[in-house]
Design a protein. Structure first.
Length: 139
């Protein structure tokens, strides 16, 4: 299946770009769809609903919100619908990462890394990966 660019249009025909912010609950649904899609609402409920004690109705509400936000597409399949993500996970992670750095660290990544180091939230493996990334970026 070809990768689709996420460009949605409002009812007035205006380009609305990427979807609205996705809540934590909606994110759990997106993770299930990124892992495997298309899925029915019942499939999504089986994957994420049980561990969170969500009913099928709750999952359907979350899916409806994601469709309204242009993050998920639906496709009729008999008497049910299949859901698939329109938003690529890497694009979502990139956007959320940028928002976090912008909001909490003035748009700079160095203070974020300093905070993580001071909080001892970086493992030796994390530090090695960061060092390797920095070496690559310098080349």
């Amino acid at each position: 299946m070809a990768r689709r660019e996420l460009v949605a249009e409002s009812d007035e025909g205006q380009d609305i770009g990427r979807p609205e912010r996705i809540s934590e609950a909606e994110h759990a649904v997106m993770e299930a769809l990124w892992e495997h899609s298309p899925l029915t609402a019942a499939d999504v409920a089986d994957k994420v609903g049980k561990s969170r004690e969500w009913s099928l109705a709750t999952v359907k509400t979350l899916l409806s919100r994601l469709v309204a936000k242009h993050a998920v597409a639906t496709e009729p399949d008999g008497r049910r619908f299949l859901y698939r993500p329109l938003l690529e996970r890497a694009d979502y992670v990139g956007g959320e990462s940028r928002r976090l750095v912008d909001r909490l660290f003035g748009g700079r990544a160095a203070p974020l890394l300093a905070h993580l180091a001071e909080a001892e939230a970086l493992s030796d493996d994390d530090i090695a990966e960061i060092e390797a990334l920095l070496r690559e970026l310098k080349q």
